[in-house]
Design a binder for this molecule. Structure first.
Ligand SMILES: Cc1cc2nc3c(=O)[nH]c(=O)nc-3n(C[C@H](O)[C@H](O)[C@H](O)COP(=O)(O)OP(=O)(O)OC[C@H]3O[C@@H](n4cnc5c(N)ncnc54)[C@H](O)[C@@H]3O)c2cc1C
Length: 298
């Protein structure tokens, strides 16, 4: 019996920072690991597709929604303990809370991540990063659960982390919690770096608009994706209510009632134009849910 909150035909527009996405068959907030295990075992036995989200801040969901179960750990997996230089944190903890708590204990290494929206679980899966720092840098171990409900402890070396990539994306295992180890730093310097990160974001990103951050990964050995899209003359271009931000061309924003199809049209346009002008194919950084294969191909 599931003890957590269960929502039927829940629109994903309520659970993504884009504010876009149709209904899912069931949306669940498990109360704890046992509850999550029950849900996963049930879904596995019934062959229901399962998708786990954090805050949906890196996610574009189809307007047709998703025929399956979406699980979020954002409201319930909130424990955070800092006994010394080690930090134990559950995956539903919001990133800014995690960064601030590290700072409060004079632990250094995460300050540049201040301002990245979303949960710790989402950040680890995406290997979120900013200004030269990545969430995986100080990671020691992870407690994960397989989609069939088996719990396992793994060490950092068991996971491949790369630029906005972790092998957890492929294994689809669910992150329950993580442990980090940090060095002690100087309080004022930590605070300064956090403030700088926030200021840089405010100046360069359209943070007052609905977005999912950078749409494309920066391609290797060339200019950043935002620069290429800008140089392709696409800043400010819109399809319906979706717009390539005039402030940062790798941020596509929902100016009101944008649909997933509007966003998809901009994605295809950016891919096609950048490929034609610069010979570079842009890979998506955002995750997508509920779309047919090759839907975003230019
Ligand atoms: C304004 C803005 C600025 C941003 N700036 C940055 C930035 O500077 N750097 C950066 O890296 N990102 C940035 N992002 C993108 C986004 O915030 C990060 O990728 C974030 O880490 C995603 O966390 P989330 O909880 O919202 O994950 P979601 O979007 O909910 O999910 C992302 C992926 O992780 C998976 N996932 C989530 N939780 C779990 C879990 N517990 N176990 C297993 N899988 C899970 C999902 O299935 C999905 O594949 C930005 C986004 C916005 C809106």
């Amino acid at each position: 019996m599931v003890r957590g909150t269960f929502l039927e035909n829940e629109p994903m527009s309520k659970h993504t920072t884009y504010g876009i996405g149709g209904p899912v068959t069931a949306f669940l907030y498990p109360v704890d690991e046992n509850d999550l295990e029950t849900i996963l075992k049930f879904a596995h036995s019934q062959r229901f597709p399962v998708y786990v989200i954090g805050s949906g801040s890196n996610l574009l969901v189809s307007n047709h929604g998703f025929d399956g179960i979406v699980i979020s750990l954002r409201k319930t997996f909130k424990e955070l303990r800092i006994p010394d230089r080690n930090v134990y944190v559950q995956s539903g903890v919001i990133m800014s809370k995690f960064v601030k708590e590290c700072a409060k204990h004079n632990l250094t290494g995460m300050e540049n991540l201040m301002g990245i929206p979303g949960t710790l679980g989402g950040a680890l899966v995406m290997n979120a990063g900013a200004y030269g720092e990545e969430i995986s840098n100080h990671l020691i171990l992870l407690d994960i659960m397989s989609t069939s409900g088996k719990k396992k402890r793994i060490r950092k070396k068991d996971v491949v982390f790369d630029y906005r990539y972790s092998s957890l994306m492929d294994s689809k295992e669910i992150i329950l919690s993580a442990e980090f180890e940090f060095d002690k730093g100087v309080k004022e310097e930590i605070q300064d770096r956090m403030s700088q990160a926030i200021t840089s974001r405010k100046t360069s990103q359209p943070i007052q608009n609905r977005s999912a951050g950078s749409v494309f990964r920066n391609p290797p050995d060339t200019k950043p994706a935002g620069y290429l899209i800008d140089q392709a003359g696409l800043k400010g271009v819109h399809r319906g209510d979706a717009e390539i931000s005039a402030k940062h061309a790798n941020f596509f924003i929902n100016c009101g009632n944008a649909t997933a199809e509007d966003m998809a049209q901009l994605i295809r346009l950016a891919r096609k134009t950048v490929k034609e002008k610069f010979g570079v194919y842009l890979n998506l950084e955002i995750e997508t849910l509920g779309f047919p294969n090759n839907f975003f191909d230019a």
